[in-house]
Design a binder for this molecule. Sequence first.
Ligand SMILES: *[C@@H]1O[C@H](CO)[C@@H](O)[C@H](O)[C@H]1NC(C)=O
Ligand SMILES: *[C@@H]1O[C@H](CO)[C@@H](O)[C@H](O)[C@H]1NC(C)=O
Ligand SMILES: *[C@@H]1O[C@H](CO)[C@@H](O)[C@H](O)[C@H]1NC(C)=O
Ligand SMILES: *[C@@H]1O[C@H](CO)[C@@H](O)[C@H](O)[C@H]1NC(C)=O
Ligand SMILES: [Zn+2]
Length: 963
Amino acid sequence: MGKGLFISKTVGVVCVVLAAGAVATIIALSVVYSQEKSKNADVEPTSGGTSTAQPTAQPTEPPSNEPWDKYRLPDSLEPEFYTLTLWPRLQKNTDGLYVFTGKSTVRFRCKKETNLILIHSNKLELSLLDNQLARLSAVSDPSPPRIQKSWLQQETQYLVLQLTDVLKADQIYELYTEFQGELADDLGGFYRSVYTEDGVEKVIATTQMQPTDARKAFPCFDEPAMKAIFNITLIHDQNTVALSNSNVLDEFNTTEEGIDVTKTTFHPTERMSTYLLAFIVCEFDFENRMEGDVMIRIFARKKAIEAGQAEYALNKTGPILKFFEEYYNSSYPLEKSDQIALPDFNAGAMENWGLITYRETALLYDPAVSSNGNKERIATIIAHELAHMWFGNLVTLKWWNDLWLNEGFASYVEYLGADYAEPTWNVKDLIVLGDMHRVFAIDALASSHPLSSKEEDIQKPAEIAELFDAISYSKGACVLRMLSNFLTEPIFLKGLQSYLNAFAFGNTVYTDLWDHLQAAVDSSGMALPNNKKVHDIMNPWILQMGFPVVTIDTSSGTLTQKHFLLDPESTPSDFIWDVPIQWMKTGDEKPYTWLHQKEELNDQMRITAEEWLVANVNVTGYYRVNYDDKNWDNLLNQLNQISRKLPFFQTFYVIVFNHNFSNSRANIVPTTRALQTTSYLSKERNYMAWESALDNLDYFYLMFDRSEIYGLLQAYTRRQVTPLFNYFKTITDTWTKDPDGHTEQYNEVNALRMACSSGLTECNELVQNWYKEWMTSPDSNPIRPNLRSTVYCSAIAAGGEEEWNFGWQRLKEAAIAIEADKLRAALACTTKPWLLNRYLEFTLNATQIRKQDATSTIVYIANNVVGQPLAWDFVRTNWQYIFQEYGGGSFSFANLINGVTKRFSTPFDLKQLEQFKEENANIGFGSGTLAVEQSIERTKANIAWVNKNREVVKSWLESELSY
Ligand SMILES: *[C@@H]1O[C@H](CO)[C@@H](O)[C@H](O)[C@H]1NC(C)=O
Ligand SMILES: *[C@@H]1O[C@H](CO)[C@@H](O)[C@H](O)[C@H]1NC(C)=O
Ligand SMILES: *[C@@H]1O[C@H](CO)[C@@H](O)[C@H](O)[C@H]1NC(C)=O
Ligand SMILES: *[C@@H]1O[C@H](CO)[C@@H](O)[C@H](O)[C@H]1NC(C)=O
Ligand SMILES: [Zn+2]
C-alpha cells in the first residue's frame, strides 16, 4: 500500500498543516480491523447431512486446537485457478442496503491427504447448495468425498467443510460457492464509494483487499503465498465501466434476473496473490497513452477528466514505468497499467496488479490549484506503486511478517522513480526529512519494535494491520538505502535483478534477497569488511529495534556506539550494529570506515585545532552522530559562514541540526548547544536547513506553547524568520510569483508560515487581506496554490465564524480533492473552541467528513493548541463509538492516538492517558495498541525533559533576546 493518510507536523501556534508533499507527512496506516458485525452478513452456521451439531459463533477463549481455530491455513490444499463472477448493485435493495452477489469456483490441488477444507470467507452470506454452504466436485479423483458438515467460523474467518472421506494427495478438486455480501461504505473488501455529479449521487463499487479482505469479496485461500490464476467476470449496469487486473476479453449486453446488464469478462490474470486483486464498477472516464507495448490509462470522475486533472499522472507514468524496467532489468509484466482516483479510499494508494487505486489527492493534479508539494506527492506515490508491480507483485513475500521488505523497498525506490520523472527537484535528498527523521522519533523509543517479526507472532488480521507502520515503511526504506549505498548501486542492482528473476510469480522470505545480494558481492570481487556477509551486517539492523548514536572523539580518534533512546531514563540495551561511516575532514571525502564493536580507534579521525570532521555526510546511514566539544565548536563556526565557505551538500545542515536537537532531548548534549545552532538561522536561506530547524523547534513549541516560555519562543522565532520573510518578499516581487526551484518554493511557504504564526504583523495582514479578497469574490481565488494551505490556516486562525463558514462552503464546493483537503486542514486552525467542537462532531458524520478523512481531521484539530484538549476529550468520550463504527478500515488508530497525545508533558496528562488505557482495555485499541504504549513512554520522557529544561530554555531565550 502507499503511504496512507496524511498526518502532518505542526509548527508553532498556528497549526499549519501542509497536506502537501512527502516532506510534511508521516506514514499512516490504514486498514484497521475490529471484529464488529456487519449489518447483514452474519451467516448462521448450517448443518447438513447426518450431523445436527452446530458449532455456532465460537467464543474467543479458551483457544482450542481445532484447525479452524488457528489463523493460518493448513498446508494440505493449494489453489490453482478461480473462476469468479461478481455483480455489485449500485442501487439500494428493498432492505435499504447496497449488496453484491457472486459465484466462485476454485480449483485446487490436494497436497496432503485431509478430510477438512478451510477456505477464508468473511461477512459473506453463503447460499445453501444441496443443504451445504458449498459444493465439492472432483476434477481427477474418480471417487471424491462428500461434504458432511459446513459452517462459518467467524473469529478466524473461515468457511469450514468437513468431509465424509479424505481428499487424496495430488488429486485436483473444485469447490463452488454462491454468496451475497454488503457493499458497505467501510473502505475494505468490495465496498462502495459515493460522489455527486451535476446534483446526482453516483455510486462506485470498488475494492481494497490488502491485507486480509479478499475474503470479504469471495471465499478464497486468502494468504499471499496462495497464488493462483483468476478468470473474472463482472456483471454491471449498462451505463457503467467494469475494470479489473487484466484486459477485457469479452463484453456483451444481456439480461440477468430480468435486469438489463452488461457482462464483462477479463483475460485470465497472471499467477498472483489474492490481496492484489481489484474489481471496480463506475461511470468514470479515462485518458490513455501507449508506452512501448503497455497501455496506460488514468481513470477518474468525468468532471475531473474533462478538467484535465489526469494529465500530470498520465505524463509521468510512462517515464516512471520505463525507469523501473531498466532498474529491475525486467519488462513490465502485464499488458496494461490502469490507475484510478477514488473519492473514498483509505490508504494513499494500493498497488493492485494492473489496476492501482488512489485517493483523488494522490493522483489528480490541476496547476491552477495544486501546490508543488501536491505534485511531488503524486510523482512519488505513482513511483511507489509502480515499483510494487515487480517488487511485491511479481515476487511476493511469503507472509506478512516480512511486510517491511515490501514496503520499505517501495518507499526507498519511490524517490528514485520520482527523481527520474522530475530530475530538477532533487527529491532524492528529501528522504532524509521525509522518512529518516520522522521514523527516528518513533524508533528512539524503548517501545519501538524491530523491522522483522517472527512469522508465528503475526497471525490475526489486527496483528497484520499493525505492521503497516512507520517502522516498516520509513525505517525499511532507510535501511535498504544504506545497504544499496555501501554495496554500491551496481552490485545492489545485480543482486536485486537476479532475485526478481529467480522468484518471478513466486514467494520469498527476506533472506532470499540477502542471498542474491551476497552472490552479486561475491561475483564482483568486492569484499565486505571483516569478511562479513550481507546477512551478518544486516541482521542487527533488521532484528534489533532502534538505531545507534555514534560518538566520534576527534582528540583521541575513538569511535563508540550505543543504542539511541530518547528517554534518558530508559534501560539501555547492549545492542551493537555494524555501522558504515562515510566521513569528511575539512572538506575532504574519506573512504568508508566501519564501526563493528562498541568502541574502536581510528587515528585518521583526529583533527587539529582548525579542522572539522563530519560523519554520515550524505545521511545515507541509519544512525545519529555526536562529536566532542572541540569539533562541535568548529562545525558551528562553519555554519556561521554558511553558503560561502562550506562546499557541501545541503544535507550537512540537517545532520548538525537534527542531531543536536535530538541528542539534547536524549541528554547527550546540553540543550543550550542545540539552541545555539539556531542562532545563525537569521542568515540562512537553505530549505533543508530551515525545514530541519523548524522540525526541531516544533518540539519546543509543543512542550511550551501553554506556558510563559511561549512568548519568548515567539519573539525569538519572529526575529530569526523575519529576514527569510523579507528575502522571499523580494524574490517573489512582493508575493506575486513563485520562486524558482522546487525546494525554494517549499521554503517560501516556511517563511510565510513561520512569520505569520510567530506574529509578524506584516505577514498576518498580508494573508488576511488575501483571504478577505477571496471572500468578496469566491469565484476568483487570488492566493497562489503553493501558499494556500498556510494562508487559509492563518486567516482562519485570525478570523471567526464568518471566515470559518466561508472555508467550509468552499470545501463543499471544491472541484478537486486537493483543494478540499487544504481547507479541511485549515479549518482546524480556528481558535474558537465552539467551532472546533462543532468540527469534531462533523468527523463522526460521514455526510460532512468522509470516513477516509475522519482520523486526520481529528489529528489536525489536536495539532492546534486550543484544539488539543478538545480533541483529547472527544476521543476519550467517543472511543467505544469510534472503535466500533470506524473500526472496519477507515480509522488509523495509531495516528489518532499519537496525534492527540503528542503535547502531553505533565504528570496530569500521564495520569489521564493511563486512565484511558485502563478504562478502554475491554474495548481495545486495535492497530493503535502499540501507539498507546509509545504515547505513555513519550509522555514520561517529556515530563522529565520539561522539568530539566524549562529554566534553561527560558534563560537562554531571555539572554538571546536581550541583545
Ligand atoms: C479462463 O478463461 C480463459 C479465456 O477465456 C479460458 O481459455 C480458460 O479455459 C478459462 N479457465 C477456466 C479454468 O475456466
Ligand atoms: C450495451 O448497451 C448500452 C446501452 O444501450 C450501450 O451503450 C453499450 O454500447 C452496449 N454494450 C455492448 C457491449 O454492446
Ligand atoms: C503533459 O505533457 C505535455 C507534453 O509534454 C505538456 O504540454 C503538459 O503541460 C503536461 N501536463 C502537465 C499537467 O504537466
Ligand atoms: C554525496 O552526495 C553527493 C551528491 O549526490 C555526491 O557527489 C557525493 O559523492 C556523495 N558523497 C558520498 C560520500 O557518498
Ligand atoms: Zn507500498
